[in-house]
Design a protein around this ligand. Structure first.
Ligand SMILES: Cc1cc2nc3c(=O)[nH]c(=O)nc-3n(C[C@H](O)[C@H](O)[C@H](O)COP(=O)(O)OP(=O)(O)OC[C@H]3O[C@@H](n4cnc5c(N)ncnc54)[C@H](O)[C@@H]3O)c2cc1C
Length: 454
């Protein structure tokens, strides 16, 4: 089959653009890249061809709009991308090979779910320990840190380092020690038999002696009216990715933790005014961030809306976000009060003009693929691990499955803590793999001794 004409509109410092290009590169696909940064005409061309979407990347195959990185990776997940790119006959045909491809099951000593800081660090340690790690990258190769421009608190970089650069260096380090990477998403883990059976959404299947779950957490959304229609058309969960597209607009950031503060602070580079809506009076963010935001408030760049919640986003895909409807009550949590028929007070409902909305309201752990394995999770889905003072701190209650990073730790959720836990998980897995071998040997020895006694 001949390769179709592939075009990718990108912008500078855009992690999703890099991910889209990486995915195409991994398939050996040639494409034309148009960088829209600083080129108004090219930007307008992209928006027109992308039917009003103002976010990069935008990918076209033979003039057909594929969409952004999420759309590209959704095609990959569905097993349809290769056919679209002229690499396979049809998606069905490709799927059929995988479906009856029992012979294609590959055995690995260690599979690592996730290529964020935790997975990368685990891969470095596991590679050095000769555990031959296979890293399944997931739908966000490189993890959350690829969404941020400046990381100033990762030790060893006094001038700071960009998130994507830090991740790229870690990946190179892991590859140097023999780690392999596969672009795919784990759909299920079967822990009933050993080795574990690991199935990917693209149909690939592995068996593994041990698994490190380092699958992090995904940005949360609110489910308010307008959200589905306007995501990618003025509504975003990543200020660093999309902020520059809404230069000189008023912008709304929703949230009250570190991420909301950081995103609001970052957006002051582009926004006319950044409005920060938080449903409570007090912020949950560190004092460091609150101080920085208060300075921005003094400078007139940020306006804080306390006890205020987003109720609806208005706009269209053609023209983007136009305004939002907000709820306010001095005692906080206005939406609960508004929705409560028993509530006898008055909730203020008002419209507010903004050109873009950014969610910064936390994350949901990516643990669906572990359901049914017996691994303990809390109500939110975060993994439970052994903890304690000795080795085995990252062990889940299913022997041979370990947890590391934000998928376990909803409290610290930092690059350095995720990395630290990744190293512990690799060492725990190494010890467990060694001990399993010892146990088998001991078991055999005991059996042999028992037989000799008989
Ligand atoms: C905007 C932003 C800025 C930040 N800035 C900083 C900072 O300055 N300093 C700092 O210390 N921290 C920062 N953080 C936090 C830091 O990025 C996280 O704590 C860290 O990335 C967590 O690493 P992780 O590996 O546990 O998870 P993640 O980074 O979330 O990575 C999870 C990985 O798992 C993969 N995955 C998910 N599901 C599956 C599946 N089913 N199968 C296979 N793989 C899967 C994903 O594709 C991804 O690769 C920031 C976070 C954000 C969002």
């Amino acid at each position: 089959m001949s390769q179709p004409h592939v075009e990718v509109y990108t912008k500078e410092n855009c992690s999703y653009c890099e991910k889209a290009k990486d995915l195409l590169d991994s398939k050996g696909i040639e494409y034309e890249e148009y960088i829209v940064t600083g080129d108004e005409a090219l930007f307008e061309e992209m928006v027109e061809r992308a039917k009003g979407r103002k976010t990069a990347p935008e990918i076209f195959v033979d003039d057909e709009l594929i969409g952004g990185y999420d759309d590209l990776s959704a095609l990959e997940e569905a097993g349809e991308l290769d056919a679209k790119l002229g690499l396979a006959e049809t998606g069905d045909a490709a799927g059929a090979v995988a479906a009856d491809g029992g012979d294609d099951v590959e055995h690995r000593r260690l599979v690592i779910a996730g290529s964020g800081i935790a997975g990368m660090t685990a891969a470095i340690y596991a590679g050095r320990a000769n555990n031959d790690p296979l890293v399944i990258e997931g739908d966000e190769p490189g993890g959350q840190l690829t969404l941020t421009t400046d990381v100033e608190n990762y030790p060893g970089f006094p001038e700071g380092i960009s998130g994507p650069e830090l991740i790229n260096e870690m990946r190179a380090q892991a590859e140097k020690f023999g780690a392999e990477f596969e672009n795919g998403i784990i759909e299920t883990v079967d822990a009933d038999d050993r080795p574990f059976r690991v199935e990917l959404t693209n149909g690939d299947v592995y068996t593994a002696d041990a698994i490190i779950a380092a699958s992090g957490a995904s940005a949360r959304t609110l489910g308010v009216p307008g959200e589905d229609d306007l995501m990618g058309y003025g509504l975003s969960t990543c200020a660093t990715c999309d902020g520059a597209f809404f230069r000189d607009e008023d912008m709304l950031v929703v949230g009250g933790g570190d991420a909301a503060m950081e995103e609001a602070h970052f957006l002051t580079k582009f926004a006319d005014t950044v409005y920060l809506a938080h449903r409570r009076e007090e912020f949950r963010a560190e004092d460091y961030w609150i101080d920085r935001i208060e300075k921005k408030v003094e400078d007139g760049d940020v306006e804080i809306m306390r006890n205020t919640e987003l109720a609806e986003i208005h706009g269209s895909q053609a023209d983007g976000v136009d305004h939002v409807t907000l709820l306010r009550h001095p005692d906080g949590h206005p939406k609960d009060k508004f929705d409560d028929p028993e509530f006898d007070g008055e909730v203020e409902v008002f419209d507010h003009d903004v050109g873009a909305v950014f969610y910064a309201i936390g994350h949901t752990p990516n643990t669906d693929y572990l359901e049914g394995t017996g691994v303990e999770m809390d109500d939110a889905g975060y993994l439970g691990v052994a903890g304690g003072f000795e080795g085995g701190q990252t062990a889940t209650d299913v022997e041979g499955i370990f947890g590391a990073g934000d998928v376990v730790d909803f409290h610290y959720q930092q690059a350095i803590t995720a990395g630290g836990m990744g190293s512990k998980a690799a060492m725990d897995a190494d010890e467990w793999l060694e001990n399993e071998a010892d146990l088998t040997a001991t078991g055999e020895a005991e059996t042999a001794a028992g037989q000799a006694d008989d």
